[in-house]
Design a protein around this ligand. Structure first.
Ligand code: ACO
Length: 437
């Protein structure tokens, strides 16, 4: 059972001279909402809210974010503190269980991650038939939904009470990492590298990505730490587009794998997680065309250009995205430590500087979001651009799992089914084909 918001009174809605009382709710961070769930029964009215800009779809105890103040907390812990002091696997445990693991819990979780890291050999065969240039996100989503064929115990009864939550979570976390690395190897035309039992989560992923039978690879500790931080920054973000997709699809009581595959597909979009790939392509194109930052800013402001400054703006952050702040510092630190001088970082900083002084961006409260600086660190790791969103998906997975569990443990949840206002033609008389004009 998740904690429920307190009812602190009623709001009054006046329509056609008739007044309706609607419960006024308040959460633990004093966020208030008007509960309109019975409005249609009372009045015949629905609410209209394109893009659910102002609609709460659930009550949740997982992540708190305040877009005006730039606050992000997982289970009450500030993301800044977790990024500095914690590891991705620990944060995954925190999101799913609602508490940080003690040594024993952490050991078991890590052990299970190791135990579940292999893919069924029949699944490994699937990769072979994709075209060389297949986008890794296409492969990732298809492979994740395929897991339901290999682990059917979660398919029919998506909440198998006999299945340990740690086994479900670690199986998916661990296998997603292997699937991601295999999809990269497939696109690079290289042989798969299997997971190693002696390596921890992030080092293991880097090893599967970058070692090969002809060139051994030792994951650099700076990159291992950086990957931990980047995955933590992405680990959850309350009811964003992909998480809402997981919840909406999950509300039909499909299995976890199918719901997560839906989240991966939503994340792929350039307005969501796909923006990190778009940012890098934009920075590269600016660089290749002489580095004229002002021209790009002018283009982003021109509504007829159809161009947006990728990695800028956010539905909920109306100040600097706290994750972007950490990602920027991390990028600077990693490039410094590795002695890399990336001209694209200079372009990114110049773009930010110009945008933050420009009235268009100031008046619309458009700041860099998490995707603006993360790609530059991935690039320093040697991750190709088309894998950036895959890394985002690995990071977001614990959030999707935690939200899926919360959905299924909330007795108030219903199948997601919004309404609409019909604006089409009224009833017409059917005309036989021969008589039609
Ligand atoms: N460049 C230029 N103008 C922008 C940008 C941008 N990146 N983002 C928003 N605007 C403008 C819009 O044109 C609009 O202007 P108007 O009021 O004159 O019409 C205004 O700012 C508000 O924009 P909306 O699209 O209404 O805001 P919304 O909340 O629907 O969209 C979104 C948020 C999708 C993130 C948007 O800012 C965007 O497209 N950004 C670029 C893509 C991106 O970086 N996405 C990653 C987001 S973070 C994440 O999902 C992990």
């Amino acid at each position: 059972m998740i904690p429920q918001a307190a009812k602190i009174g009623d709001a009054k809605l006046l329509v056609d001279g008739k007044s309706y009382d609607l419960p006024l709710l308040e959460g633990t961070e004093k966020e208030r909402a008007i509960d309109i769930s019975r409005l249609r029964d009372q009045s015949g009215l629905i609410t209209l809210d394109y893009g659910f800009k102002n609609t709460g779809s659930c009550q949740s105890a997982i992540t708190f974010l305040d877009g005006e103040q730039g606050i992000l907390r997982y289970r009450g812990y500030p993301v800044e503190e977790l990024a500095e002091k914690s590891r991705f696997v620990e944060v995954a445990y925190l999101l799913v269980h609602g508490k940080l693991p003690n040594v024993r819990e952490n050991d078991r979780f890590s052990q299970l991650l190791t135990q579940h890291s292999m893919l069924h050999e029949d699944m490994a065969q699937f990769f072979k038939n994709y075209p060389e240039n297949a986008h890794p996100m296409a492969i990732l989503s298809a492979m994740v939904v395929s897991l339901s064929a290999f682990y059917p115990e979660l398919s029919q009864d998506q909440q198998n009470p006999d299945e340990d939550i740690d086994i479900t979570t670690t199986r998916l976390l661990s296998k997603l990492r292997t699937i991601a690395a295999f999809s990269y190897k497939k696109s690079a035309g290289e042989p798969f590298v299997y997971p190693r039992h002696d390596l921890k989560y992030c080092a293991n992923f880097l090893n599967m990505m970058f070692s090969s039978p002809v060139s051994p690879y030792e994951p650099h500790p700076v990159l291992v730490k950086a990957l931990n931080v980047l995955l933590i920054l992405h680990a959850d973000h309350e009811q964003n587009c992909s998480t809402s997709a997981v919840r909406l699809v999950g509300s039909a009581k499909v299995n976890l794998y199918a719901a997560v595959a839906a989240g991966i597909c939503a994340l792929w979009g350039p307005l969501h997680g796909g923006a990190n790939q778009e940012v890098m392509e934009m920075l590269q194109s600016i660089h290749d065309h002489g580095g004229d930052v002002e021209k790009v800013i002018a283009q982003a402001k021109d509504k007829n250009s159809g161009f947006r400054l990728m990695g800028f703006g956010h539905r909920v952050y109306k100040t600097y995205d706290p994750r972007a702040k950490i990602a920027k510092q991390l990028c600077d630190a990693v490039l410094n430590k590795l002695g890399i001088n990336d001209p694209l970082l200079d372009i990114a900083k110049k773009l930010e500087e110009h945008a933050l002084k420009d009235d268009y961006f100031i008046s619309r409260k458009l700041y860099p979001n998490v995707d603006f600086y993360t790609g530059l660190t991935y690039r320093a790791m040697g991750v190709p651009t088309n894998m950036f969103t895959v890394l985002f998906a690995i990071g977001r997975l614990p959030g999707w799992i935690a939200q899926w569990y919360e959905l299924h443990n909330d007795p108030a949840q219903k199948i997601g089914r919004p309404r609409q206002i019909y604006t089409g033609v009224n009833q017409q008389k059917f005309v036989p084909m021969a008589e039609r004009a």
